[in-house]
Design a binder for this molecule. Sequence first.
Ligand SMILES: Cc1cc2nc3c(=O)[nH]c(=O)nc-3n(C[C@H](O)[C@H](O)[C@H](O)COP(=O)(O)OP(=O)(O)OC[C@H]3O[C@@H](n4cnc5c(N)ncnc54)[C@H](O)[C@@H]3O)c2cc1C
Length: 459
Amino acid sequence: MNKVTIIGSGPAGLCAAYKLAEEKIEDVTIIDYGEEPRKRKCPLELTSICALCNPCKILTGVGGAGLISAGRLNLRPDIGGDLGGITGSEKKAWELINKVDEIFLEFGAPRKIYGLNDEIRELEKKAASAGVKFIQIKQRFIGSDNSVEVINRFYKHLKEKGVKFLLRTKVKQISKTEGGYLLKTNKGEIKTKFLLVAPGRYGAKWFAEQAEKLGIKKVYTPIDIGIRVEVPAIVMDSVTKVSLDPKFHVYTKTYDDFARTFCVNERGFVVKEVYEDLILVNGHAMYSKRSENTNFALLIRIKLTEPVENTTEFGRQIAKQTNILGGGKPIVQKLGDLERGRRSTWKRIKEAMIKPTLTDVTPGDLALVLPHRILTDIKEALEALNRVIPGIKSNSTLLYAPEVKFSAHRILTNKELETAENLFVAGDGVGLSRGIVIAAATGIIAAEGIVRKIKENSL
Ligand SMILES: Cc1cc2nc3c(=O)[nH]c(=O)nc-3n(C[C@H](O)[C@H](O)[C@H](O)COP(=O)(O)OP(=O)(O)OC[C@H]3O[C@@H](n4cnc5c(N)ncnc54)[C@H](O)[C@@H]3O)c2cc1C
């Protein structure tokens, strides 16, 4: 029987293993469906995040979904999750943020820090006068092209410390067994005393089914639904030079809904995020390859109450409807066309002052696919943002859909992230985080819980 098994080698799983190795815990195994870092180059990387190849190189493998992402580390406990709420201590939350940052630095993340300068204060003031909250964040930028080597050093370090990796191995079923857990994989069975499940968004649905069978409780959390906005980079230069991934929060005029900007990719690319039955949009940026445009997600937070709390299904239906009207592709619309109440066409898009970075999309009409409330929120949020960043709300601005962030259920745990005896969880797939740093921090919290139990019971 293994002593500790971790499912998932994303930021959560890797940082958990780091902590276990630091505490000299022996017999730690990480199982991941994907490949080692250097084998994860996806030929579709520039145009697609594709979860269809077997195993998917973008979302699975050592480094997780965070590896071939923009690799922006948001070094704040309330961005990408609520670390203060999870730990119950702001001090502990900041300690974890600093620890995660130190780990990435140890493996070669660039030392340059963004988001700490005097101009930030001016931006904050300008946003406040427009009724928009600017969130000041210390950020580090690894870049999708650098992150492979950073994660490869992380991977080699863990192997040197004795952590075993079982790659291209998919856990299909988890069951309780005497003294631990039995994992059925495509390569055979594994027994383990302690189990840490960190499956990311890729494995979220699968683990929700396993949790149901194991009698583990979950609650539905709000979902973020919206669009990806693309503008000429010069429109946002004055802001992105001050803050690389500026976060703006707005409460909309009509519905008082929470809208936020997320994942700003300065001179980046809009990409497809392809799943078996859905195609979403996303974006990324690289250190070495740059486009003429900047893109960001504009997301509206939706919470459902009785009789239907299942926000995941709600988001799926909106995404499906968008894909149906896009003829199996995402939809793009010029803001000018949306405001005139007409669909976009390639001819109309070509007349715009911006060339889309994603062209495998269908010009269409967002008014036919997004609920009226969400569309109203989006228009009002753009209006407010335009007062901070003039030019965002122009005729030519491109809006892509569907952009949906599915982290809509949370597995219930204690403070150490233990959800059943000796079964711990961490990261995006269990609803604890929505970004690299908080995912990694929850991995460390779970590892600390495992270490405590091992030491207390002299195992
Ligand atoms: C395109 C893109 C860009 C992004 N950019 C950023 C960014 O710049 N900054 C940021 O903070 N966040 C970003 N994110 C989000 C970030 O990647 C995630 O928040 C983070 O990776 C979550 O970490 P995790 O460890 O919880 O899960 P993941 O990183 O998703 O890792 C989960 C791992 O579990 C494995 N797994 C799942 N189920 C099984 C199973 N049954 N058997 C075996 N293995 C399994 C998967 O193969 C995967 O490797 C981006 C995401 C995407 C998709």
